[in-house]
Design a protein around this ligand. Sequence first.
Ligand code: 13P
Ligand code: SF4
Length: 327
Amino acid sequence: MMLPLQQIGFVQEDVDPSLDIYAEIDRLKREKNAVLLAHYYQEPEIQDIADFIGDSLGLSRQAEATDADIILFAGVHFMAETAKILNPAKKVILPDLNAGCSLADSCPADEFATFKARHPDHVVISYINCTAAVKALSDIICTSTNAEHLVRQIPEDQPILFAPDRNLGRWLIRETGRTMKVWDGACIVHETFSERKLVGLKIQYPQALVLAHPECEEPILRHADFIGSTSAIRRHARKNEARQFIVATEEGILHQMRKDCPGKEFIPAPPESGCNCSQCPHMRLNTLEKVYLCLKHEQPEIVLDEELRIHALAPIERMMAMSTGVS
Ligand code: 13P
Ligand code: SF4
């Protein structure tokens, strides 16, 4: 028996194994005037059919600017929700509504409202990895690409409250020298990397540079030769003359890095256990079949209360205005 979509969060339907799913997705995209936006942490086979692959900032800009009728977002819920906030006239669909984010989950809006009320004189900067309700309580949204740039624009005497990622917050404090009150959230993927195993890899590959995402914990970041967002990590590997890189972020990014630089070696930083913990379990809920079914049925769709959308839009627009030219 098929369960209703509202219950399971994705379209449940058998896909004929002989179907040329790539050709079908392509046909449906053209027929429905849909654009496929994919984050770097998606399965390689999804990245390969995307119209645009990028980080949270790049994807938001694409979602805002698109003239497609449908935005098919291969990413997690907060990303698709941000697309809907920015471009409400479009139909925004997500292959699996269960694709959440541990950072967004770590910051319930009611608890965040209490935290904010305890610091009334603070400007609230929230990482884009949060719900629309938390965005609506924020003054400025940031991504890992523009966070430092935005914090540096806040007057020195203005206290800052930062949410929800404690690791990104701690890194920003270190980089900018600003004191900030930081919400205690973390990403389940970026906090599983093992410092002991990373040091072992550095011994094994003494020429390799370590590239890390600022969502990693301090014991990992202290070994990094470069710290930045997914797009910054990708760019750094392209430009740098080194031939080997140890990469401490979700391993989906390695797909584009290997395509960019076939002659270079990219080694994923190891998690503590022998599992696939450096794959985001939320991002990986999206599969090629779900992408196809989502486009075929134009479901599941992101639906947002209009008042909430308007409140969540203001801090995102502030981010966009304050980060022109940053990529
Ligand atoms: P960026 O791609 O913006 O660096 O973000 C990483 C991330 O955790 C997305 O969930
Ligand atoms: Fe959220 Fe971490 Fe997954 Fe990114 S990698 S979507 S921050 S849980």
